[in-house]
Each structure stands twice: as C-alpha cells, then as structure tokens.
Design a protein around this ligand. Structure first.
Ligand code: PHE
Length: 338
C-alpha cells in the first residue's frame, strides 16, 4: 500500500510539472485529489487495513497530499506570473504617459458668445434664418435692385433652383418682420457667403451678427449710442471707433464702422467691423406689402439695423493680423485661447 501511495505521488507530481496552463493543472488536481481522484480512492482503502498499519498509512497519505497540494499551488503561481508577463510583452512601462489635451472654445465662439451676451443685456433677443436663402429675402425685400453688384453671379453662390447662399445676415431682418410686430429688437449671429478673394481681411465664408431695432421714433442717435456702447463694452472704454458715411440699399443714411486694430509690433490701423444705418422706408414698404397690414407702415415706425463681422471683432479683440488664422485649425494658434 505504501508503494502504491508513492507511485500516486510521483505520477501526480509529474502531471503537475507537465501542466502548461490553468486548465491542464486543474485536470491533474481532479485526477489525484478530486472526489474520485486516485489518492482519494487510496485513502478510502484505509478502513480495510489492520489497526497497526493505519497510522503509518495515514501519515504516508498526508505526506503525499501535502506534497501534491504544494506542487499545484506553486505551479499555479508560476503559470499566473507567466501570463502576467505575456500580457505586458512589448509594452515599455518606463515610457512617459500619453498626454490628454484639454479642449477649448474657438476664438470665434468666444467672441460671438460675448457679443450676444452684451446685446442681450441691452434688450436684444436672438433671431434666426436659413443660410440657403431666396433672392427675395436676401435682395428684393432689402431694396436691392436687379442691377446691384451684390447680385452679380460672380459675387454670390447661386443654386440651380434660383436660391443662393445668403451674402449677409440682413435677410433675417425680413424674416423677423414677416412674423413679428413692432417693437422689434433682435440680433442674429450666423454664417454669410461671398465669392470674395481670400486675403488677410476677407474670407468667402464668414460670420456676421445682424441687429434690428424697429419702434416708433427710433433715431440716428439711438443707433450711434447703441453701437458705441456695444463696442466699448466689448473692447474697453478707450476703444477708438469711427463712423464713415457709406451706402447700403436697405438703410438711409448708412455708415461703416471702423475700430482701431492694435497688433503687437505693428502700427495701429483702422479696420471695418460693421455696416449700419436707419432702415430705408422702402424695406418697411416691401414687408408691409407682403404682410398685407400696417404693422410696419413706414409712416408709423422707424428703425436702425447693423451687421457686424464676427471674424473682424475677433481680430480686434485678440490683436490677430490675418483673418485666415481663424479657419486654419492650427492647434498652436488655437491653444492660446483655450
Ligand atoms: N448687410 C450689410 C453687409 O453685409 C451690413 C449691414 C447690415 C448694413 C445692416 C446696414 C444694415 O455688408
């Protein structure tokens, strides 16, 4: 019987040593120590032994069980550490970690958000309109005749359907007055499109912020005061602003507004940031004609409108000398605003 136990032990140790993974190791454990394992069966034979043999065999069985259990535990630890090693093979744990870059808002978004929040404090509500516009909303209703250069095929993106990419956000003035009634005080930020040559101050897709204020007795002084207040709230009280007489078909009188741009290491220069003026009575007339009521009868209401270039505002705000930087997505540039 003792020999039998020794043989079982030797077989068991050989089987454990030969195991190559957890599965085959567990099979070996079951084969020798399991309920029907050979060592378990051998222990069951104890009860048939003469009494004086029992302690000797019992000890031999214990020795065998301890040896096999220990071998299994050691093998298990060895297999686990091998698996751990394999799972990090080819990974250099001493390399520095990969940096997770934090995102930030684009400077155009920052400037737009600030402009909107200042104007909302002044009582303007947000309005919106489509970027694919009708000629009526973009030009006709804005008193812009067929022969106006802005309608030229070379200056505007037309679709075959006759619709176009809006060349300015002024179309939102018309869309708002079609639905609302006076007083109207709205702003509409959004994209505008022109077939402009791209240079340091022009893009073919750019961002505007339209404003419209219509009520009884709105005067030129209201326009000037509102826009000067806005530009000083935006850029600081010492901001230099100038209004230059200009022409727009939909306002009379009309102005362009320039603000001094300060770029590090350069002479300060005026750049145009907005067009504005008193709403031309012809615009109220075409809105009235469309609505078939007198809510915007030019005899009763007056108003002012403005259209600012958000890209230009960003240039003034941050001292950016080339508008193209705003669309190139160069992280080195954008990081400065994050
Ligand atoms: N729509 C004009 C432009 O894009 C700007 C403007 C808006 C002028 C409102 C007057 C009134 O140049």
């Amino acid at each position: 019987m003792k020999e039998q136990i020794e043989t079982i032990q030797a077989d068991a140790l050989a089987a454990v040593a030969a195991a190559t993974d957890e599965r085959s190791l567990d099979d070996a454990r079951v084969a020798f120590l399991g309920k029907k394992g050979s060592l378990t069966l051998a222990s069951a034979g104890m009860k048939d032994l003469p009494n004086d043999q029992k302690p000797i065999m019992g000890q031999a069985l214990n020795v065998a069980r301890t040896a096999i259990t220990q071998a299994i535990d050691e093998k298990k630890a060895a297999l686990e550490s091998e698996a751990d090693k394999k799972s990090v093979e080819g990974i250099d744990l001493t390399l520095p970690g990969r940096e997770l870059l934090q995102g930030g808002l684009h400077p155009l978004t920052l400037v737009k958000d600030r402009a909107v929040s200042i104007l909302r404090r002044m009582g303007f509500a947000l309005a919106d309109g489509p970027e694919i516009e009708t000629e009526y909303h973009c030009f006709d209703a804005l008193n812009t005749p067929d022969d106006h250069p802005a309608r030229n095929e070379k200056d505007t993106f037309y679709f075959d359907s006759g619709k176009l990419l809006r060349t300015h956000t002024s179309s939102v003035q018309i869309r708002t007055m079609e639905k609302a009634s006076a007083p109207v005080r709205i702003i509409a930020p959004g994209s505008a499109y022109r077939r402009d040559e791209i240079d340091a101050t022009h893009l073919s897709v750019f961002n505007q912020l339209e404003g419209l204020y219509v009520d009884k007795d709105v005067k030129l002084g209201d326009l000037k005061g509102t826009l000067e207040y806005f530009l000083r709230a935006m850029f600081g009280t010492d901001t230099e602003v100038r209004f230059r007489p200009h022409f727009f078909p939909f306002t009379e009188p009309s102005f362009e507004i320039d603000v001094k741009l300060h770029v590090k290491g350069q002479e300060p220069k005026w750049i145009e940031v907005a067009g504005c003026g008193m709403v031309d009575p012809a615009v109220f007339s075409s809105v009235s004609e469309q609505r078939k009521d007198d809510a915007f009868d030019p005899e009763n209401v007056t108003g002012f409108a403005f259209g600012m270039g958000i890209d230009r505002l960003a240039m003034i705000q941050y001292g950016i000398k080339d508008i193209r930087l705003l669309i190139e997505n160069d992280a080195r540039f954008l990081q400065q605003f994050a």
